[in-house]
Design a binder for this molecule. Structure first.
Ligand SMILES: [Zn+2]
Length: 124
């Protein structure tokens, strides 16, 4: 039998996951707004695709950065949703690969993890 996490522990980790999820969603929508504003404020001359203009370059660089962050945020949200799913299924806290109990310290530090340290290392 695998370890049973206390309900109070689960609910604490659950609220940590919910909180992080909200922050990530805010980040994504903020970036979307920023990019939209940046594109609207762009003067028509800057719209002409010319990689040598500094401003055009800055915008696309910022856009790239935001997109990369959003990508990471979206990945994290998927992990969070998956962890929450596993809470519902009662399998939260055990490694998805090998089935060992994930140390509670690891869960507190990164509540979204569904792999033990060993398996996470192997996956990389
Ligand atoms: Zn494992």
């Amino acid at each position: 039998m695998s370890r049973k996490l206390a309900d109070s522990t689960i609910s604490k980790l659950r609220s940590a996951l919910d909180e992080e999820r909200v922050k990530l969603m805010e980040q994504i929508s903020e970036h979307a707004k920023e990019i939209e504003e940046a594109l609207q404020n762009e003067s028509p001359s800057e719209r002409i695709p010319d990689p040598s203009t500094a401003e055009g370059g800055t915008l696309s660089f910022e856009y790239e950065m935001a997109r990369e962050l959003d990508q990471a945020a979206a990945d994290r949200i998927r992990q969070i949703d998956h962890a929450i799913e596993r809470m519902g299924a009662g399998t939260y806290g055990t490694c998805e690969e090998c089935g060992t109990d994930i140390p509670i310290e690891r869960l507190k530090f990164m509540p979204h993890v569904t792999l033990c340290v060993e398996c996470a290392r192997k996956k990389r």
